[in-house]
Write a protein that binds this ligand. Structure first.
Ligand code: SDX
Length: 426
């Protein structure tokens, strides 16, 4: 793909660097030879660094485009279901009817976790944050699937990927049930992926749980909208962990840990906590002022994005879903009224337009999750559930690429120059 070159003039050196072009998006300057010429690049936060070659997801931040294997997120959210998206992300093609049914059956039959997993929960405090429990239990899964795991075998990698996608809803629901002191609910093979999750979350042995088709559809759509997003922080974490050959369950646990941060997947929980702190519509201007105040570290949670600089296409779809669910469930929650008014004010304020700050997917997904009765501290677990397919797809892709190397960035050293150690009397 190298069809032109960049010339780097540095000091008395002139270095030719190939420029590589992909299917779409920015060309990249291949800097792999720079080290031998005495230079490293410097890009904290990876604002302008391509860490890998991938064919899974493409984002155009300026145009608000998000494609998964070439399919637009709008079409997938409208016409596909999450299991189809999982198949397509892992296999680089949409399933036909027969493939879909077989794959759905495969995932369904892996939803049960080893019964000893229940014991891990007994070690957590009842009020442990669900993400702390999810981190721990996903990592613990590596102890059940370690010996018969050859990550260099594509079939065994895919089996791990299927198991992780299948078991995450079960583990997430177990975190919730443990928090509220209700018995764990086993998965059922007669329910769809989203229905199964809702049933494991909200059914109790004492009575039947009636699943709302509208809620199940909204949950399935939330899963699709959070499935993958190129080389975001948690996916990059999984790739780096996986590049050493680590156990896939341990790598996904690392992804869960990275997603937890409020700047990333923790934003939906942080957004609802912010709405609760604002409390009433008349306090919105006070918080808008805080967000603009450089001296104030406060940020509007659920607003802005590193890549999207006009709008997040997922937020557009999620916003529609949000209003559908609120109407369908006939919800008139004061908190949701604050959210809608905050959205209106922020979108009309020149400051946010100049800074390219607009509601992102987490702003609306938090509102929908609250509307369907999911507690705020569970939001990021649901994001992790949905993103698992993105993590395992990138992990699988990385290990299938020839010449795959362990990730090992360098640095700009600004510490002390070498100095002598003075031994002390101890
Ligand atoms: C996700 O990477 C992905 O793809 C992530 C994700 C995925 O699917 O994996 O899309 C999921 O993480 C979505 C983002 C969720 N995070 C939040 O909603 C938290 C609030 N948002 C901010 O923390 C922030 O917008 C980030 C982290 C999302 C993006 O930050 P950047 O790109 O590093 O931008 P920045 O911090 O350099 O901010 C640029 C300017 C700054 O002002 P100046 O210093 O230029 O004067 O915008 C301001 C910031 O102060 N700013 C905000 C703001 N976000 C940025 N000001 C107020 N409120 C905000 N939310």
């Amino acid at each position: 793909m190298a069809d032109n070159k960049a010339i780097l003039k540095a000091g008395d050196k002139e270095v030719e660097l190939p420029i590589l072009s992909g299917t779409a998006g920015h060309d990249v300057i291949d800097i792999r030879s720079l080290g031998t010429n005495g230079y490293f690049t410097y890009d904290p936060g990876f604002m302008a660094t391509g860490s890998c070659e991938s064919s899974i997801t493409y984002i155009d931040g300026a145009k608000g485009i998000l494609l998964h294997r070439g399919y637009s997120i709008e079409e997938l959210a409208r016409d596909a279901d999450y299991i189809e998206v999982v198949y397509m992300l892992l296999h680089d093609k949409t399933p036909n009817t027969e493939e879909y049914k077989a794959f759905k059956d495969t995932i369904t039959r892996h939803t049960l976790v080893h019964d000893q997993v229940n014991n891990f929960f007994r070690g957590f405090r009842r009020d442990a944050h669900p993400m702390a429990m999810l981190c721990g239990t996903v990592g613990a899964m590596s102890s059940f699937y370690h010996d018969d795991l050859n990550i260099n075998d594509p079939e065994q990698r895919l089996r791990s990927a299927y198991r992780l996608v299948a078991k995450m809803p079960t583990l997430v629901a177990m975190c919730y049930k443990y928090n509220i002191g209700q018995p764990f609910v086993y998965p059922r093979n007669d329910l769809s992926y989203a229905e199964n999750f809702l049933n494991m979350m909200f059914s109790v042995p004492a009575e039947d749980y009636k699943i709302s088709p509208a809620v199940a559809k909204a949950v399935d759509r939330i899963f699709i909208l959070h499935a993958d997003h190129e080389q975001n922080a948690s996916t990059s974490t999984v790739r780096l962990a996986g590049s050493s050959g680590a156990n896939p369950y341990a790598c996904i646990a690392a992804g869960v840990a990275s997603l937890w941060g409020p700047a990333h997947g923790g934003a939906n929980e942080a957004c609802l906590n912010m709405l609760e702190e604002i409390g009433t519509v008349d306090r919105i201007p006070e918080f808008i002022a805080k967000a603009k105040d450089k001296a104030d570290p406060f940020r509007l949670m659920g607003f802005g994005h590193r890549v999207y600089k006009n709008f997040d296409p997922r937020a557009t779809v999620m916003r529609e879903s949000c209003h559908e669910v609120l109407a369908e469930l006939n919800i008139d929650d004061p908190l949701l009224n604050v959210a809608m008014e905050l959205e209106r004010i922020a979108l009309s304020d020149p400051y946010f337009a100049e800074k390219k700050l607009f509601p992102n997917v987490d702003f609306y997904s938090g509102i929908v999750l609250k509307a369907i009765g999911i507690p705020t501290n569970m939001f990021t677990c649901i994001f992790a559930l949905a993103r698992t397919v993105g993590w395992v797809s990138h992990w699988h892709e990385m290990l299938s690429q020839p010449g795959q190397k362990i990730g090992r960035p360098r640095q700009l050293y600004t510490g002390e120059a070498q100095r002598s150690y003075n031994k002390i009397d101890k």
